[in-house]
Design a protein around this ligand. Sequence first.
Ligand SMILES: [Zn+2]
Length: 235
Amino acid sequence: MNELDILAFGAHPDDVELGIAGIISKAVQKGLKVGIIDLTQGEMSTRGTIEERKKEAEEASNILGTMVRENLCLKDSEIQNTPEQRISVIKVIRKYRPKIILGTMFDDRHPDHHNAHFLIKEANYFSGLYKIETEHKPYRCQTLLFYYPYYEVKPPTFIIDISESFDIKINALQAYRSQFFNPNYFGNQTFISSERFWHSVRDRCAYWGGKINTSYAETVYTIEPVNLTPLIPLG
Ligand SMILES: [Zn+2]
């Protein structure tokens, strides 16, 4: 498998789309090679089966134009920064050797998103150690960015214009028929399946777009010094 420019991690299928689908689509349009890794199958969700969610994620990936989407099949609601779970993450970091890693930010309301932050950050560090042996050789990404799937808890580091890819973000999210507002889907209502939450997706992107005088934007965070060069195509 060829190396990727961007590898985006979500705790559950749809996390990446909620937080940064516009950035992903923009990167693809700029010719960057992008992959998505879902840590779990989302099997603890109130709505949707594993099979439904797998199909939805595949459809969303096709809409976004990613080259790769893999699921590490960690246990939903049990994401922890353990040596066993880190090895799963290290394997895909070494396999795809991304120039940019995107992961979930800490202090998110969902504990899996919070825990995935530390799992991804530490796996990337340990991925550089030669004495941890896996199929592929050691590699450590120097540009780690983080995002919030639902809403910003802290002021972001960067605001990225996604006006040109916002419609594609919405299309990708609509692929998740079991998860978001959908009057035709039978099931219990959840935080993210409400009509109010669906409107908040557009409101959120418009709010951050307004901060940089564009129509729509998404946000990312750095928590340590990063190599800026891989980010230039996204500016
Ligand atoms: Zn999630």
